[in-house]
Design a protein around this ligand. Structure first.
Ligand code: SF4
Ligand code: SF4
Length: 114
């Protein structure tokens, strides 16, 4: 399931401007919590696109946004998110294990194919 908004709908911890995303994998590689992955996407020039598979696991570390070379991924402001009734997660062992599995899967989504 992708979350392909260009603006934050208000209650999303992390969101993408897919017009800017070059599917470079960097955000997937730096996320500690297994939130992000790549999916095959025929309409993209690179044949892949970022997917926010587990927004509920986002810890709000900002590493994805800080490392994206194309200003394509955004992390919510903690206070604004809270005002929308949503909180960032704590980093769980499950999320860490999922991140390791995504890296081992060449950054591809664990929800696709297989
Ligand atoms: S780092 Fe930026 S450009 Fe690269 S895949 Fe992530 S959102 Fe897309
Ligand atoms: S803010 Fe941190 S935990 Fe959330 S998606 Fe970005 S890198 Fe992952």
């Amino acid at each position: 399931m992708g979350t392909f908004q260009t603006v934050n709908p208000g209650d999303q911890p992390v969101w993408i401007n897919t017009d800017n995303c070059k599917a470079c994998d960097i955000c997937v590689s730096v996320c500690p919590a297994g939130v992000l992955s790549m999916v095959y996407e025929n309409t993209s020039t690179l044949g892949a696109m970022i997917s926010i598979d587990h927004p509920e696991s986002c810890i709000g570390c900002n590493d994805c946004e800080l490392n994206c070379p194309d200003f394509a991924i955004f992390v919510a402001d903690r206070k604004e998110l809270k005002a929308a009734g949503v909180s960032f997660s704590k980093l769980t062992d499950e999320a860490k294990a999922r991140q390791e599995a995504i890296v081992a899967n060449n950054y591809m989504s664990l929800q696709q194919g297989a």
